[in-house]
Each structure stands twice: as C-alpha cells, then as structure tokens.
Ligand binder design. Sequence first.
Ligand code: ADP
Ligand code: ASP
Ligand code: MG
Length: 408
Amino acid sequence: MARIVMKFGGTSVADLDRIRNVAQRVKNEVDAGNEVAVVVSAMSGVTNQLVGYCEDASPMYDAREYDVVVSSGEQVTSGLLSIVLQSMGVAARSWQGWQIPIRTDSVHAKARIEDIGTEELDKRFKSGEVVVVPGFQGVGSDNRVTTLGRGGSDTSAVALAAATKADRCDIYTDVDGVYTTDPRIVAKARKLDKITYEEMLELASLGAKVLQTRSVEMAMKHDVRLQVLTSFEEKPGTLVCGEDEIVEQELVSGIAYSRDEAKITLIGVADRPGVSAGLFGPLADTSINVDMIVQNVSEDGQKTDVTFTVPRGDLQRAIQLLEEKQEEVGYERLVSDSDVVKISVVGVGMRTHAGVAATMFKALAEKGINIQVITTSEIKVSVLIAEEYLELAIRALHSAYGLDADEE
Ligand code: ADP
Ligand code: ASP
Ligand code: MG
C-alpha cells in the first residue's frame, strides 16, 4: 500500500468525459489498496477566461477579488470529480483550500504556501476516502482565498505530498513526460526517463511550463518523488529525482525557451559608481524583475551602454519609470524591443565539461542567428535572440547537442 498524490492538469479535466477518465485512474489506485489524494486544475481554458473577466471588469482590479474569481475554476472541477467518483462507488469528498487548510502568505495572485493542516487529511486517508483538492488555491493570513500564480496546481500537489509524507506525487498532463525540449516546438524532442531536480528547476524557471518552478523547488527540498505522465495512456512518464539515481548523465539534458522577455538598452550612460544601483534599485522597488544584464566598459571612461531584460508585461512600466529617472541616472537615449526570446540549454554535465557554450554559439551562427545577450550559470547557458528565429534556433541546438530522437 502506498500513499499517492495524483494531480490532473486542465486538459485532463477539460470536460465530463475526461473527468470520468480521471476518475477511473483514481479508482484503479484505490482498488490497488492505495491511499489517494487528488489535486485538480480548472478545465482547460477556464482560468484564462476568468482572468479575462477581471481584466475587462477593470484594468486596475483588486488582487484579492481576482483571487476570488480565478480560484473558482478549480472549485468546480473538485466538486465534479467527487460526484463522478461517488457515482462509481468510490468514497470521495472535495476539500477547498480553506477547509484543509492550505495556509499561504497574503501576496494575492502569487501567494506562497506556508503550511498545510494534515489532521483532516489523515482522517480521510485512514477511512479510505479519496480527498479531492482544488489546486492553485489557499487561504491567506487575512483569511481570504489566495491563488499561487499560473500553473500553481503543480505546487499544490507537491506541497500536499510533502505535508502528508506521500510515497509519490504523480503529475498527469497532456504530454507523456518531460522532454528534451517542448515537444510542441520540436517534433524530434525525446522523452527523458529521469531528470534531476536541479535540471528540472532550471528548465522550469527558464520557461518550460510542464511544471511550475515552485513545485520543483518544493519537491527538491522535501525529497518528494515526482513523476510527470499522461492521463490519456497507460505508460511510464519521467521521474524527477536526485542526481545519484541517474546513471548516465547527458551533457545537456534540455532546452527551454521563454517568450516572456523584453529588452531595454540605455545608450550613453555615465560610467561611474552608483549608476547601476540608481537604475536597478527603482525597478526592484516596483517589483520589476530584471533578468539578463550586459554593460560594456566605456572606451574613454565617460559613457557606456547598458542592456537588460524585463518580463514583457512589465516593459511599459519599466520604460515609464526609467524615463522619469533619466536626469537623475544620466543617460542619453532608451531603446526597447519586445520581439525577443530567451533560449537556454541546461545540463549538470556542464559542471565538468567545457565547450557547451561554444557549441551553442556555433550552431546559432551557422543558421545566421544573431545573439543579443548571453548569460551563464553553473548548469545553464542562455541567449537572447530575435523572436522570429525561436523555432529555428531550438531545432538547431537540439541537433547540435545530439538530442534528436532518431539519433538514439
Ligand atoms: P497542465 O495543464 O497539465 O498543467 P501545462 O500546459 O501547464 O499542462 O504543461 C504541459 C505543457 O508543457 C505541454 O503541453 C508542453 O507544450 C509544455 N512543455 C514545455 N516544455 C516542455 C518539456 N521540456 N517537456 C514537456 N512539456 C513541455
Ligand atoms: N488553473 C490554473 C492555471 O491555469 C492553475 C493550474 O492549472 O495549474 O494557471
Ligand atoms: Mg501546468
């Protein structure tokens, strides 16, 4: 007997037929004698629709009311799945975030889970009742409903698995595992049997939305055995695990991309101490996340250019703020570009092998793709390029690192 948390994403619960399919999978685990908690997303498309309602209601909507609206999608699926399970003779009950409770901080729309009460859950596990939990939602210190940021149901599932010391957390989605890159972009993407927490964390934070970044962070911290698999077929998925469980480690495990990027270049910035602090301090104070940064040394010690990236949705706010600071900071001109994407190659093998970045630059050069900004860390190299080359670049890199499926 095992204790299992099963999470089903939006496409897996997109309509009643699919919810029946999910219920059957849950029943199979119950019939096998396991204790089961299920975390469900909203039906696919519903959260986007709810977000749209808020934006249409008022562009300056209150984040607390946004959470009231967008958390409702998951409430519906938790009830529907419970009804279907009961109709199949499986004892099941839905438990909303506030009922468990899943306690979060009060940063509405991007709350973090702080604590999960396990008393009620333990009782249900013992009595053999399936616990059905709406993902994405919790209750803040202000006792109001909160949501965990887009893709947050993954984090609900992992947090529940950690809190209840589950043996497994199975994330069912619309692809059959974690691939070397998004299989919707590269047909030759290869499914990975296993991937390290660390690599998955990098891939997720660099744009691979198959798992929410925080869910991987939490799985790594609490040693949750995390699997990604499809709800549409019976086949093994990808295990996210510690490095010690992986026998043969590839140099590069995966390639991620993010379209959520915009580039700002400040031309003619004074080359003196305090300028970067004067620039990036105000951006940080308004919660604008700056990611890649390049600054040249000036030839004459007088003026230089600074380029950096911000999330695309924050570009206008960032420009406005920087224009207000133009005199104070002292720069000549601001140029921006939102038709850019960030592509990253990730692999723990980079720690011990040289040449990964060189392979990347060569593969992009061969396709005539210009690299605008480069950043590296211990296990990743990222480049910023024009958005029009996104697919070409990912395919070229996928081949260059020998990741294509038919090369096995
Ligand atoms: P769910 O609704 O089940 O949470 P998501 O849409 O959030 O599903 O995540 C699954 C999607 O992640 C896939 O459909 C796929 O397009 C995308 N994806 C991006 N990178 C990868 C990758 N490396 N491996 C698998 N899927 C990926
Ligand atoms: N329904 C939420 C979203 O679309 C949470 C999730 O599905 O993970 O972002
Ligand atoms: Mg998701």
